[in-house]
Design a protein around this ligand. Structure first.
Ligand SMILES: Cc1cc2nc3c(=O)[nH]c(=O)nc-3n(C[C@H](O)[C@H](O)[C@H](O)COP(=O)(O)OP(=O)(O)OC[C@H]3O[C@@H](n4cnc5c(N)ncnc54)[C@H](O)[C@@H]3O)c2cc1C
Length: 376
């Protein structure tokens, strides 16, 4: 890990301290006590700039975001997910919001007093986010929003949705605007969705929800660019979170191989097992390096940031799936028992290959960038 050791140590200590609160959460619902504790312990504020109620001088760096998410991924997926979704929901406002919007909407999120969500996906617009249909129609001093968002992390419990809506019909990615929508807005309803995922997720429906103009985020029709900026920042950190999870799986597999006996000796003495551990460790290290290289490129405004973010997310999520699956194989049946760390990680590692752009979409981003400079 190439980030700040103090941040790593603090994040690990806080994750252990809040573990009982994380464990007491209700499946499928936002764990408000956990988010509040992460605010009080000072970890959430460390992700936000002082101008948005946080404790950092500036916006979070991609490397620091990776350090926090890798550490938490290793310690607790529940804590990791809680922090990550909060930051993901809040950062469009941090990046594009006015001073007044930061004070009103982000400060409570940075303090853990309110819960955020990012709402882009719709029933007919997943990978093809530019096809989203939720309508935002001008109405007096604001807009009326009508449509459905699905697979939204932290829905339907979130207090603040950063929501992307269609302001210009037929304009594809150039006709989308971001809005801040409070979870208790009139005519907004929602339900939970049960999914293989360690965090709450749901669907919301907006039936003519009125949003005043001062809750529009950035410029009209510029929302898609904002969403891409946020995703470029967060994609390497999705990789970091699963690198942390895979590290926990590898550590468990090494401990198990050293102590479990078969045919009169520890199974580490079978080359099939020890070489598999070597393969897991090597691939995991390659994933980690790719993640931090992408994050550093983002922070210094390097070239091919989108391509590198996509590579990091693609390689790390696919690698983590391999490592966790292989760790289960090294353990045998006991890893599949309900409540076992690996049984949990096996379920948790699946969704990151789908959210924030599927593996196929990451390859598409990389491939397009490879041909970008050639004459068409
Ligand atoms: C746990 C979880 C949490 C999520 N949280 C959020 C959230 O907080 N906010 C939010 O807005 N969304 C969220 N999502 C939704 C997520 O972003 C979408 O599921 C994702 O973008 C893929 O869309 P889809 O599921 O509709 O799949 P589809 O777009 O229907 O894709 C189906 C298949 O077709 C492939 N495919 C599609 N287009 C192409 C192409 N051009 N080239 C090659 N293959 C292609 C895909 O890779 C996939 O394999 C979440 C999803 C999950 C699973």
């Amino acid at each position: 890990m190439s980030g700040t050791p103090a941040l790593e140590a603090d994040a690990a200590a806080i994750a252990r301290k809040v573990a009982p609160i994380a464990a007491a959460g209700e499946e499928g619902r936002v764990n408000r006590r956990l988010i509040q504790a992460l605010g009080e312990e000072g970890l959430l504020p460390r992700l936000f700039p002082q101008r948005a109620g946080g404790s950092r001088e500036g916006d979070i760096s991609a490397v620091d975001l990776c350090v926090v998410r890798e550490t938490l991924g290793r310690e607790s997926t529940h804590v990791e997910n809680a922090i990550a979704i909060q930051a993901l929901g809040a950062y469009p406002i941090v990046l594009a919001g006015s001073e007044a919007q930061l004070r009103r909407w982000v400060a409570p999120l940075a303090a853990g007093k309110a819960v955020a969500a990012l709402a882009i996906t719709e029933p007919n617009a997943g990978s093809d986010a530019g096809a989203l249909e939720l309508r935002a129609e001008p109405d007096g001093k604001g807009y009326r929003l009508t449509g459905v968002k699905v697979f939204i992390s932290n829905a339907p419990d979130a207090d603040v949705y950063t929501l992307f809506a269609r302001t210009t019909p037929g304009a594809g990615t150039r006709g989308i605007t971001a809005f801040i929508v409070p979870g208790d807005a009139e005519r907004l309803t929602g339900v939970s969705i049960r999914l293989i995922s360690p965090h709450p997720i749901g669907r919301i429906e907006l039936d003519g929800v009125f949003v005043p103009r001062d809750q529009m985020l950035g410029e009209v029709d510029q929302g898609f660019k904002l969403a891409m900026r946020v995703l470029n920042l967060f994609r390497p950190s999705v990789g970091a979170s699963v690198v942390g999870m895979a590290q926990a799986a590898l550590d468990a597999a090494i401990r198990h191989a050293a102590t479990r006996k078969a045919f009169g000796r520890p199974i580490r003495e079978f080359q099939a097992v020890s070489h598999q551990l070597a393969e897991m460790a090597t691939r995991l290290e390659a994933a980690r390096l790719l993640v931090y290289a992408a994050a550093e490129a983002y922070d210094r405004g390097g070239t091919h940031v989108a391509r590198r973010s996509a590579m990091a997310k693609l390689f790390a999520t696919e690698t983590a799936q391999f490592v966790i699956d292989a760790a289960i194989q090294v353990h045998g049946a006991q890893a599949l028992e309900e409540g076992h760390l690996l049984e949990h990680l096996y379920r948790a590692v699946r969704a990151p290959r789908i959210y924030e752009g599927t593996s196929e979409i990451q390859r598409e981003i990389i491939a397009r960038d490879l041909f970008k400079d050639l004459p068409s």
